[in-house]
Design a binder for this molecule. Structure first.
Ligand SMILES: Nc1ncnc2c1ncn2[C@@H]1O[C@H](COP(=O)(O)OP(=O)(O)O)[C@@H](O)[C@H]1O
Ligand SMILES: [Mg+2]
Length: 284
């Protein structure tokens, strides 16, 4: 429980937090020069419990933004609010403004299904469908009607697997089950599945935490390549990973966005005491 927090940390009292007010001011520039998503004063509630307090953050074009912070600080909650994945959680409520290319994603008239194609998600544990490798990638384009015939679909499946760096490993066994691949391959298959519907933004929630170091290195390299075509927001519990893959880093603590800035700046010269404590391993 947060109590009687030192004014010098910029924190606020538990009474203020409980009231669902705007959180302490974020240190650093939360805007992006060329934003794809613009989030302002985002609160997220589970029933009467507030999990995210007034977070403002942009996700820029062609950038990777990493979200770090101690377990339970709200990283996954915030990430899920970016493609309305929280809609599927009973009692979860999101307020504030979240725009994708200038359009409010929580507008009543907006259908979350196409939204989730535009803002795709890759989960912690690779979760291929119990279908063939081919069908895993073809599924999205098919339900969204993105291709006109089998030849076009074949082409799109190949291109997506190429972009995910998996084509050469699977091209001779596209009809085999996706679940038969190694963990690292399964995660790249899930990335191929996400890419296949041409998203603008890809959300990744600890995408490497179930992978061995070699598979992790391959996926990290892939993330860097994907940046050429997509905006990426990645939650990671690995500060090394954040340093390797992201241009900007956002540090969360108890549902507040404490500090955001250029990744190397956050890791070498944090401005907020809480950020410093976390990155120097004093807690977390
Ligand atoms: N489905 C849920 N229902 C109720 N509370 C939740 C749910 N998911 C997360 N929370 C709570 O919201 C807070 C933030 O959780 P989460 O976003 O999972 O943090 P992180 O990803 O940083 O570990 C925690 O207090 C957690 O217990
Ligand atoms: Mg999480």
């Amino acid at each position: 429980m947060v109590e009687a927090i030192d004014k010098a940390t910029g924190a606020m009292s538990s009474a203020e937090l409980a009231g669902g007010q705007h959180s302490r001011a974020t240190v650093g520039d939360f805007t992006a020069a060329d934003p794809r998503m613009v989030c302002r004063d985002v609160d997220v509630w589970y029933g009467s419990k507030q999990a995210i307090h007034g977070v403002s953050l942009d996700i820029g074009k062609n950038e990777v933004v990493s979200m770090i912070g101690p377990s339970g600080c709200g990283k996954s909650t915030f990430l899920r609010s970016l493609n309305r994945m929280n809609d599927t959680i009973v009692g979860c409520r999101v307020t504030g403004s979240i725009q994708l290319d200038g359009q409010e994603i929580y507008d009543k008239g907006l259908d979350p299904v196409p939204l989730r194609a535009r803002v795709g998600m890759v989960f912690q544990k690779p979760n291929p469908f119990p279908k063939s490798i081919y069908e895993n990638v073809a599924y999205g384009p098919r339900i969204h009607g993105l291709t006109n015939n089998k030849a076009e679909l074949d082409e799109l499946v190949e291109a997506s697997l190429q972009k995910a760096g998996l084509w050469n490993e699977v091209k001779d066994r596209l009809d085999q089950p996706g679940t038969g691949l190694s963990g690292g391959q399964q995660q790249r298959l899930c990335i191929a599945r996400t890419i296949a519907v041409s998203p603008e933004v890809i959300l990744m929630d600890e995408p490497c935490s179930a992978l061995d170091p070699i598979a992790t290195a391959i996926v990290e390299e892939l993330i860097d390549e994907l940046r050429q075509n997509f905006s990426i927001a990645i939650v990671t519990h690995s500060m090394q990973q954040a340093a390797r893959v992201s241009q900007r880093t956002a540090y969360f603590h108890l549902g507040d966005l404490i500090e955001v800035g250029e990744t190397n700046h956050i890791f070498t010269n944090p401005q907020h005491k809480l950020t410093e404590d976390y990155i120097t391993g004093r807690f977390g």
